[in-house]
Each structure stands twice: as C-alpha cells, then as structure tokens.
Design a protein around this ligand. Structure first.
Ligand code: ATP
Length: 302
C-alpha cells in the first residue's frame, strides 16, 4: 500500500515534538536510568533484572483514514523488559498506532500507512500476517472470550495453524501454563469445561490474556484492558502486566494516568497524532519536558 501523503495537521499551538533517543542499555540492565529511583513512579523493577531488549520499532510511522492523518511521523521503540504506556487525550491516535503494530489497521478499508514498523529488525509488512498476529498479540478493551469452554478458549491459539490437531491431553499442560501466567488457574481449574461467558468480567479479561499468552507472543498489545473492570480485577491485571514485562514487550493504551504511573517504565504522550514526549514514567509524571505534557499530566485538559 503506498504511504499516505504526509499532511501537516493544523494545530492551534503546535506541540513540541521530541525526537526519540535510542534506549540506553545501561549498567543496571533495565535501560531506565532514574526511572525506578523513587518519586511517584512506582513500578517494581523486574525481579530477575531482566535485560531491556528492543523488539519493535516505529520509524516515521504515519497513518491516515482517507485524507485524515491520525498518526503523524511517529518514531517509537518497544522493548521487552519494560512496559510502555501510550497516553493522551481522546482521538490523539493511541489506538490507531497500537493496532498498526500487528497490522490490524489494515482491516479498516480507508486506513493507509507510511513509514516502517519492524519486529526484531524485520519489516512487519513483509511478514505473513497470521504469524505476525501470533507474535504480536492484542487484548482489547472489552473482554471477548469465544462462546466456548474456558479450556477451549485457551486451547484455541494452540490448535490453530498446526498441521496435526493436538489431543486435549496434550493441550492440558500448555493451557494450565497460560492460565497460571494470567493468574487465573486457581480460580478456574475445577471448571475448565464451563462456558467462558459465565466468568466475571475480570476473569474473562484474564482468560483473554491467557488465550493470547498460549500462543507465546513476543509482544502483547493492550488497549484499555481494565476500563471495563472493577478495582480488584484491575489490580490483578496490573500485577500480571508487571510480571509479563520480564518475558515479553508489553504496550498498554490507557486513559488512566494513575494506571500508567503504576505500571509503565516508559511513557509515550501523544497529542493530535504527534508523539509529543517519550520518556521514563518518572520524567513524564514528575518532570515533563514539553509544555503540552505538563498541561496534560497536570490535568489542564483531558
Ligand atoms: N475507522 C476510522 N475511520 C475514520 N477515522 C478514524 C477511525 N478510527 C479512528 N479514527 C480517527 O482517528 C483519530 C485517532 O483515533 P484513535 O481511536 O486512534 O485515538 P485514541 O487516542 O485511541 O482515542 P480514544 O482515547 O478516544 O480511544 C481520531 O480523530 C478518530 O476520529
């Protein structure tokens, strides 16, 4: 698909666009500099000092719906070993950018994209799309379990694509592992044959995460995963996010700035399709560089 024409978005006051510096792989192995040094930003460091490894990268990514540019020339690294939160007011392009990471934007006929998105150095446009979506998996705002049993929901990703259909017995161990990683095993282990739709909203969302994890993704994209959940379920998902970041790259879109403070090592603040500031959570919430970021995290606009 040809890249869309790069149009200047008209802004009353153009935001300061901060170019993304390369992530330093520093001595403490988490690439965060002072991100964990204290202040309001409190995600615990990965327990095993997991190294930060860049898995994906956006270079000059522009996405338009017809003539309307929704994301404008965004450069962004996405790394395993830390959680990236995308924040910004409604309509600033967070979801559009997130969905482009596993080419879900292609499902919207009017959408076109320019720039390059790479996964482990390979242009995702050159990858087979089903394989890409297994490697870069998405959890949506509303839990969307399939109308089948708890077990079959998680086994779905394992059964897909293989030349031979594995037996239920062979699937039990990977299903248990995925449900355990999603923090749901103990709540459902005696009811694996029950319909998934009978689970609570929070359990359904963790089931969807387990279904994604069963396919062993390298990147997990989460679009407002807690917006439909109560505080206890939200807390469980946030704990899970912090555990997962050691093994995979996690990107979360959230409107909830407290949530971003709790879980994010890195934060990308977007405004009107531009990446205004990309920095550690510590910097974004305690010492933002751009006036627009200061206004947003300070609550001057939402
Ligand atoms: N399918 C679509 N067709 C046309 N325009 C779209 C489509 N989806 C999104 N847009 C537009 O693209 C821009 C960015 O939308 P997007 O949903 O990515 O923003 P967002 O920051 O995720 O917003 P929110 O926080 O409200 O979910 C908006 O102006 C929106 O109206």
């Amino acid at each position: 698909m040809p890249p869309p024409p790069i149009r200047k978005i008209s802004l009353e006051a153009p935001p300061t666009v901060v170019h993304v510096p390369p992530i330093p792989l520093n001595g403490n192995g988490n690439g965060n500099g002072a991100a964990h040094a204290g202040g309001v930003h409190t995600p615990g460091p990965p327990s095993s000092e997991a190294p930060v490894i860049e898995r994906m990268r956006c270079d000059a990514v522009t996405i338009a719906y017809g003539p309307k540019v929704a994301v404008n020339k965004v450069d962004l690294p996405i790394s395993q070993g830390e959680v990236l939160a995308m924040i910004g007011p409604s309509g600033c392009g967070k979801t559009t950018l997130l969905r482009s990471l596993n080419r879900l934007t292609e499902l919207t006929p009017s959408a076109s994209r320019g720039g390059v998105i790479s996964l482990d150095g390979h242009d995702i446009d050159l990858l087979e799309v089903t394989a890409l979506r297994k490697r870069v998996s998405m959890v949506f705002q509303q839990p969307n379990p399939f109308p089948m049993s708890v077990f079959d929901n998680v086994a779905y990703g394992l059964r897909e694509g293989g030349s031979k259909r594995p037996r239920k017995k062979e699937l039990m161990e990977p299903v248990e592992r995925a449900l355990t990683r999603a923090g749901l095993w103990h709540e459902v282990k005696d009811n694996l044959d029950h319909p998934a739709l009978r689970l609570s909203g929070g359990q359904q969302q963790r089931l969807c995460i387990a279904r994604s994890l069963a396919a062993q993704p390298e990147v997990l994209l989460m679009d407002e995963p807690c917006s439909a959940l109560d505080p206890i379920s939200t807390g469980k998902i946030e704990e899970l996010i912090l555990e997962l970041r050691e093994q995979i790259a996690v990107v979360i879109v959230t409107h909830n700035l407290q949530q971003a403070q709790r879980v994010a090592d890195r934060v990308a603040f977007m405004y009107l399709g531009e990446l205004v500031e990309y920095a550690s959570g510590e910097q974004i919430f305690n010492a933002p560089q751009a006036q627009r970021t200061r206004d947003y995290v300070g609550g001057a606009f939402g």
